[in-house]
Design a protein around this ligand. Structure first.
Ligand SMILES: NC(=O)c1ccc[n+]([C@@H]2O[C@H](COP(=O)([O-])OP(=O)(O)OC[C@H]3O[C@@H](n4cnc5c(N)ncnc54)[C@H](O)[C@@H]3O)[C@@H](O)[C@H]2O)c1
Length: 696
């Protein structure tokens, strides 16, 4: 990495060079300042061009330096901007591909800016719960206008440079070679003795800026609800229109520092890094050679099989679905077609793209047709006997080196691997329903799974736009194993005095996309009932509240049968509280000798979430999850946990693990439910005692 300094006649060119996106790390910041100073010490230099090497002008802060002393070490970004602004020679930013965050703020401090079309221009800080902290909120409205700046800063979304060509953001658009064009522009500036223009001196041009921003603030507050950053962005813009520039900068700084400390911004930044960390597998080096995935197959064209096949087709990978019976195959293919048609009808897919995707999905009743697939994902009935048959058949049929994956949600992937003579090629790929929509993919690493099979599956998760998280083999893997404890608490809470809709309301107020009972009704109550019946036999000492079983015994399985914990009106999905179920739970409490009491929202939230946390701690300790942030990612992407809380482990960290443990000890004194469960997991107890956190 360097920022080479070169002279092109009387123009000094400073090249920002810090792959992959010229993040403004400490070394690059230093190099820019040195370059500007060197140019000013050289009487022969008339102007300076700042240009990015490789794939960006600059993508902003260097995320590798986040939370390290280097991030704030001098020259800090603001020092760089001041150096640029006070240069006695005009500085020209030459922009291509990407100018985002601090990168755009750097360009805004330059005297002139030129750009090629097709460059992405953005201030994306709001996505991390922040606002641009180096003058972005003060300078951008001065060049692109208040409304455009507001949209860009509050959404964080990129805008193409050509769309901004007519604004004062760019002094010239360059067609052809950017460096040559920028040098020619700089020479003209020198020859014509053009002034040292500063964005800070421009006026914001708007007929009624304060009225507009007042209106914008109301709108943003309604939409942003649980996120403090978007309204703070509007406040910073208010400062830009009402205060002198330096005071506006100070206000921006103050708001930025406030946002950095909010749990919401911490959570968003945590989720951002969790996503990046998840693909790193400590004993599988980044350069592990991957297997090529050019052709895929899916066994079973049911609920999951069809959705899984769509993921491959969406990524341009041909896929064949194999079924046992013609009618099941036709039904499966029909659902896939309907799904695409409905997306196309909503205008989210062109008819041509739909045809292309459909053409990539074939059906077959014959395993021989998939023998040359690079990966096959089994999604047949959840029954070990059926899985055994299928995997034996796959072992006989598939070409050597093919990855044999199972979509099982509860069965032992090691046992499934043992049905083949190539357990190294067997892996779990646990998709979530609907498989073409849900982001999460739990990648289950078996005892024998080869490192390259794991690395290839992780890479595949990115190709098909999923968030891949590695889990070890255990009952329920990361997500469902934790969910069982969460649901168990939800059921106890109802037995003790809450009504099911009280629990759902409290959890939805906490931020869950859906409360536990609405979610169970949607998934089908029979799924959980089936698992519980197995548990009653396997773990007779584990206590369960059994009122949901009573509902199942009535044939009420949730949305699909028109009634479950809630009732549903024909053709509708709205969950309607049902007095019959209120009676059922009250009677259940009576029968089991529980005196019902008022259960507060705090108790509901903490018992449900800390149940996730305690089981999560065990999962971490057992090495089923590689890191706490992986657990958080599973809950954020697969279970509707609120993003602004960062996941259950992050939430526990924010509450303070000492407080989490104290709450568990209180819950353990409750005469009902499972007192033993509230014994804090050893890892949790240890971290709490040491004053540490899960996420470090
Ligand atoms: N439904 C979910 O929400 C969900 C979520 C995650 C994982 N899973 C898992 O995915 C798998 C499939 O679940 P589903 O809900 O799609 O089931 P499903 O009953 O909707 O579909 C299974 C399909 O497999 C076919 N099949 C059965 N045996 C076969 C064989 N030997 N060869 C070819 N096809 C065969 C059946 O005809 C049926 O169409 C299960 O292991 C399940 O645990 C389901």
């Amino acid at each position: 990495m360097s920022a080479p300094y070169a002279l092109h006649g009387n123009i000094a060119v400073i090249t920002l060079d810090n792959p992959p996106v010229n993040g403004l790390g400490h070394a690059l910041r230093t190099a820019i300042v040195n370059g500007i100073n060197a140019a000013q010490d050289d009487a022969a230099v008339g102007a300076i061009v700042l240009i990015g090497a490789g794939k960006a002008f600059s993508g902003g802060a260097d995320i590798r330096e986040f939370n390290t002393p280097k991030a704030l070490a001098e020259p800090a970004l603001n020092t760089v901007l001041r150096t640029v602004e006070s240069s006695t020679r005009p500085v020209i930013a030459a922009i291509h591909t990407v100018a985002m965050g601090g990168g755009l703020e750097l360009a805004l401090s330059c005297h002139y800016r030129v750009a090629v079309p097709g460059a992405q221009i953005a201030l994306p800080e709001v996505k991390l719960g922040l606002l641009p902290g180096a003058g972005g909120t003060q300078r951008l409205p001065r060049v692109v206008g208040l409304e455009t700046a507001l949209n860009m800063i509050v959404s964080g979304a990129p805008v193409m440079s050509e769309k901004l060509a007519k604004t004062q953001l760019f002094d010239q658009m360059i067609d052809g070679d950017l460096l040559q064009g920028a040098i020619a522009f700089a020479q003209k500036v020198v020859a014509e003795k053009q002034p040292l223009k500063l964005v800070r001196n421009l006026k914001i041009d708007h007929p009624n800026p304060e009225g507009f921003l007042k209106f914008a603030l109301n709108t943003v507050m309604t939409v942003a609800k649980n996120y403090p950053a978007p309204p703070a962005c509007v406040e910073a813009l208010q400062a830009a229109v009402t205060l002198p520039f330096e005071q506006g900068l100070a206000k921006e700084r103050e708001l930025f520092l406030k946002l950095v400390q909010t749990p919401e911004s911490r959570a968003l930044r945590h989720a951002f890094f969790a996503e990046r960390a998840a693909s790193k597998i400590p004993d599988v080096p980044d350069d592990t050679p991957l297997r090529a995935i050019k052709k895929a197959a899916v066994i079973g064209a049911g609920t999951m099989g069809g959705g899984i096949a769509m993921n491959f087709a969406n990524a341009g990978i041909p896929v064949t679905m194999v079924e046992m019976k013609q009618d099941a195959l036709e039904k499966g293919l029909g659902i896939v077609t309907k799904n695409y048609e409905s997306t196309a009808k909503k205008g989210r897919l062109t008819p041509e793209k739909m045809q292309q995707r459909l053409a990539l999905i074939k059906g077959s009743m014959n395993y021989a047709d998939i023998a040359d697939a690079d990966i096959v994902i089994e999604a047949v009935f959840e029954d070990m006997g059926v899985k055994e048959q299928v995997f034996k058949k796959l072992d006989e049929t598939m070409k050597p080196g093919a990855i044999l994956a199972s979509n099982t949600s509860t069965l032992d992937v090691d046992q499934i691997a043992s049905f083949t003579k190539r357990p190294q090629d067997v892996i779990g790929t646990h998709f979530f329903s609907p498989a073409n929509v849900m982001k999460l993919l739990e990648i289950v690493r078996g005892k024998a799974t080869a490192k390259d099979a794991l690395a290839t599956t992780m890479k595949l998760s990115k190709t098909i736009k999923k968030t891949g998280v590695v889990s070890g083999v255990c009952d329920g893997f990361i997500g469902n194993r934790m969910l069982e404890q969460y649901l168990r608490q939800a059921m106890f809470l109802v037995e003790e005095g809450a009504l099911p809709w009280d629990v759902d309301r409290a959890m939805e107020k906490f931020g869950m996309a859906m409360g536990p009972f609405r979610m169970s009704d949607m998934a089908g109550l029979d799924v959980g009932w089936y698992i519980r019946k197995r548990r009653y036999a396997e773990k007779p000492n584990m206590v369960y509240s059994r009122w949901v079983d009573r509902i199942c015994e009535m044939g009420r399985y949730g949305q699909k049968t028109g009634a479950g914990v809630y009732r549903y009106e024909a053709g509708k999905r709205d969950a309607i509280p049902d007095p019959a179920i209120a009676d059922l739970v009250v009677n259940y409490s009576k029968e089991t000798g529980v005196t019902r009491r008022k259960v507060g929202d705090d108790e509901i939230v903490h018992r449900c979430v800390y149940a996730l946390v305690n089981e999560g701690a065990k999962i971490l300790e057992e090495g089923i999850a590689m890191r706490a942030s992986d657990i958080d990612l599973v809950y954020l992407t697969g279970y509707g946990f609120p993003l602004y809380r960062g996941g259950p482990m992050q939430y526990a960290d924010q509450q303070g693990l000492v407080n989490v443990v104290a709450a568990m000890r209180r819950f353990a004194k409750n005469p009902h439910g499972d007192q033993q469960f509230w014994e804090p997991a050893p890892l949790l107890a240890k971290l709490a005692a040491e004053g540490k956190t899960f996420n470090g």
